[in-house]
Design a protein around this ligand. Sequence first.
Ligand SMILES: [Zn+2]
Length: 340
Amino acid sequence: MDSLTYPFTDLPAAGQRFKVADGVYWLRFPLPFALDHINLWLLEDGDGWTLVDTGLGVRQSQTIWQTLLAEQLDGKPLARVVVTHYHPDHLGMAGWLQQRSQAIVVTSRGEWELASHICASTDEQAITGFRTFLGSHGLAGDVLDQVAGKGNGFRRVVRPMPQDPQFIGAGDSLTINGQCWTVHIGRGHSPEHLCLYRDSDHLLISGDQVLPTISSNLMVRPSAPEADPVTAFVDSLTAIRDALPEDTLVLPAHGLPFRGMATRINALVAHHAQQLDVVLAECQRQSRCAHDILPVMFDRKLDVQQLMFAMGESIAHLNCLVEQGKVQREDLNGVWHFAA
Ligand SMILES: [Zn+2]
């Protein structure tokens, strides 16, 4: 198979469920930024429901959830909420749903630890952390103020954090409606991203780890400034590709359900290899900081939110080249520069 196929092109309306497989329903929530929407997956589970991902913690999600809980669950309780990873469009409504349904929240230890760590920081600590980190990678002046000056935005769209999660990880499985869903772990986009695979009919809930049309953001965070998420992302993606059959129906968190997973993963791997080549070529010409690299990696104008993500990608690819021994980094007047 050399191109992707999309078996469902009708979108579920906000507040309604749409069946995509036996016992599996698609919910689609709007997002107030460029990503536009997130897909959540509602799974029949005996006398109740298991939900995968929850929506951004904002009033609009709450309104849609009130409709769904009242009209779309056939009078059965939400028994379990699986959070694939810590990002607020996935985690944001988990605590609110838990308070209303007493659902058990399930996630991985790595995602929980990072979410808890981010939530614990004050606005001031978040600003200082990002200012210092992005400043050390060449962002300065007004732009740095705008990107780093928002404080702890995470806490404002995760309301509240859920309580007492159960942890699952690599090699575990969940029994949902009597059927086995195996856990596959993605890395790089987030620390320990849960993907769930139903062996009986080759269904993968992929979260943000495998997306059909956009590449998942790879972010280096101030708390782990020398991390190499590019290698982690590529290695975990290829492991998923090699473990699962090509006819797998992928249910992604953004975009349409699709088949052609190996083709898509190969394209994502090639994309990062190409970005590494471009960044390396730039560092061979002259010593560059992460901010200098942006125009060679991104051929479009970046708004403030995109600039934050773009700096993450730039630092990620530079860190990967350091890890591979292809560039060295040196401190020039408080800014990290990278030269081949
Ligand atoms: Zn994400």
